[in-house]
Design a protein around this ligand. Structure first.
Ligand code: MSP
Length: 510
């Protein structure tokens, strides 16, 4: 049977500097969803990459004494290294300086121009270089850029414009009649703040700098970086206005575009309008995730509070950081990073709840049964609560992940480990051993091992390295999603491997 497809993307990070933990959080979040869908049996295609054109990058390259291409080559390498450090399982890492992408973007531009959706005019307005956007006087906040708060400068240039207004009614219909924009609160924000007040035509070329894709029939103009960047989602899967690849027909429309809350507007207004103009189906969902703050602040060079994921991984290990990102940033509200909170989570959730459970259980199996998984003996009522917690997790995690509520899904998984720890306190295996109650002890150890296996199957998308370590200690290949629908997936009589600590407690004072 052919698998259902699932196409997920992150935004593409600007190749203008090393990505910080906020940018990195996005790719880890996308990775957890991609891995979960693979576990469910989907044919997943997960795309991420770098956005490499624009004035800001041109300026940074000049400052660094490099050609823009050399500069973005270094940056793309850096971004990719961090994505790899985070153990993200992307299927493709794209770069917008790829010549094939550049060709298709030129063709797209020409197609829209020929159709009359792009026309030539003149722009007189206020320009924000870091955001590469024009604003009118009334859109400024305290005279500054409404997006980033920096200075804008007066600009007047000949430019091409995209007729946004032509598609706005159709867009509104789509947004209102679907759950295209997630979370729901963002939907209202887009409708009330941007669509209802009236969409202006979008200026889609620049002449003030060179580092971009030129309009091939008017090469003084370079294509607006957002038009170039957004189309990455189709160009790299084989879209071509003259006839697309098989791959494009298979994966498009995208199932989820995962983007930060600051760029939802580009993905839920401009992007669908570009697609409508190209007569292409619209993406099914755009999830605008909240931000990761440091303490209560946005990260910025001027505040000197930028944190990089690779530094944290060196200190705490990759899964500790993945856990923190995925668990601490709720669905709709910003999350916060502090060293104290990271250490607290590490000690309480990873070292105590999960690590101790696995270590104690495997050690007891070695001590009481020579490391061989025992058969179930005498059952008691107290077993049912643990078993039900495990069995209910399948549906619960499924439904949380369907809603992209990753932090809630992780809570369900850790709820299994918590319940299993309580079961140890309730059943007191060491007392059973002392009393020689082997038949009951067998059941208790089996139930604990099987609970750990079930929890670990569900842990795989979130903490893949830790899940592998636990499976290796359990010496089982029974890792499939389907295998946790019943509470008997761990074969008896297999010999467990030796317990190895998963997370060593951190001494806060050090
Ligand atoms: N290049 C554009 C995206 C183009 S997509 C066609 C861009 N790049 S970025 O490097 O500035 O941001 C990459 C992603 O990181 C964006 O989704 C952005 O929202 C996200 N984040 C930036 N800072 C963040 C936090 N502090 N926390 C979480 N995500 C953050 O925008």
């Amino acid at each position: 049977m052919e698998k259902n497809k699932f196409y997920i993307t992150t935004s593409i990070a600007y190749a203008s500097g090393k990505p910080h933990i906020g940018n990195t959080y996005e790719v880890v979040l996308a990775d957890s969803i991609a891995r979960f869908k693979r576990l469910q049996g989907y044919d997943v295609y997960f795309q991420t990459g770098t956005d490499e054109h624009g004035q800001k990058i041109e300026e940074k390259a000049i400052k660094a004494g490099l050609q823009p291409q050399e500069f973005v080559d270094d940056m793309a390498r850096e971004v990719r290294k961090i994505w790899d450090t985070m153990n993200t399982s992307y299927d493709k890492f794209v770069r917008t300086t790829n010549p094939k992408h550049e060709d298709i973007v030129k063709k797209i531009f020409k197609k829209l121009y020929d159709k009359g959706d792009i026309y030539k005019g003149r722009y007189e307005g206020l320009y924000c270089t870091p955001c590469e956007s024009f604003f009118t006087e009334s859109q400024l906040v305290d005279g500054k850029c409404p997006d980033c708060g920096r200075e804008v400068s007066k600009t007047s240039e000949e430019a091409y414009f995209f007729k946004m207004s032509k598609y706005v009614d159709k867009l509104l219909d789509y947004i209102e009649s679907s759950n295209f924009i997630q979370p729901e609160s963002r939907k209202n924000e887009m409708i009330n703040n941007f669509i209802k007040p009236g969409l202006q035509d979008l200026c889609v070329t620049r002449t003030s700098f060179k580092w971009g894709i030129p309009v091939d029939f008017d090469p003084l103009h370079v294509i607006y970086v957002w038009l170039d960047a957004l189309t990455n989602y189709i160009t790299f899967i084989g879209y071509d206005p003259d006839g697309s690849d098989e791959k494009f027909n298979k994966y498009w429309p995208c199932d989820v575009h995962l983007v930060g809350k600051d760029i939802i507007r580009f993905h839920t207004i401009y992007w669908p309008i570009i697609l409508m103009a190209l007569d292409l189906p619209l993406p099914k969902k755009v999830f605008g995730h909240p931000w990761l703050l440091v303490g209560n602040d946005k990260m910025s060079k001027s505040k000197g509070n930028i944190i990089y994921a690779d530094d944290l991984v060196k200190e705490y290990g990759v899964d500790a950081i993945r856990y923190y990102f995925l668990h601490e940033i709720p669905f709709a509200n910003d999350g916060t990073y502090t060293d104290e909170l990271l250490i607290e989570r590490y000690n309480s959730d990873l070292a105590n709840n999960l690590g101790n459970l696995v270590n104690r259980t495997i050690s007891m199996a070695h001590k009481y049964f020579d490391g061989v998984v025992p058969e179930v003996g005498i059952k008691e009522d107290v077993d049912n609560e643990l078993i039900n917690t495990c069995l209910n997790a399948y549906d619960l995690v499924n439904s949380k992940m369907d809603e992209l509520k990753v932090a809630d899904a992780i809570d369900v998984v850790f709820g299994i480990f918590k319940r299993a720890n309580k079961y140890i306190d309730e059943t007191m295996p060491w007392v059973l051993a002392k009393e020689g109650n082997t038949d009951r002890l067998k059941t208790v150890i089996y139930n604990l091992l099987e609970s750990i296996r079930i929890g670990t199957v569900l842990l795989q998308p979130f903490l893949p390295e830790t899940a592998d370590k636990i499976f290796s200690q359990l010496n089982t290949e029974n890792k499939s999603f389907e295998s946790i629908k019943e509470f008997n997936g761990l074969d008896t009589d297999i010999k467990l491997n030796n317990p190895e600590p998963l997370f060593v407690r951190i001494d806060k004072n050090k």
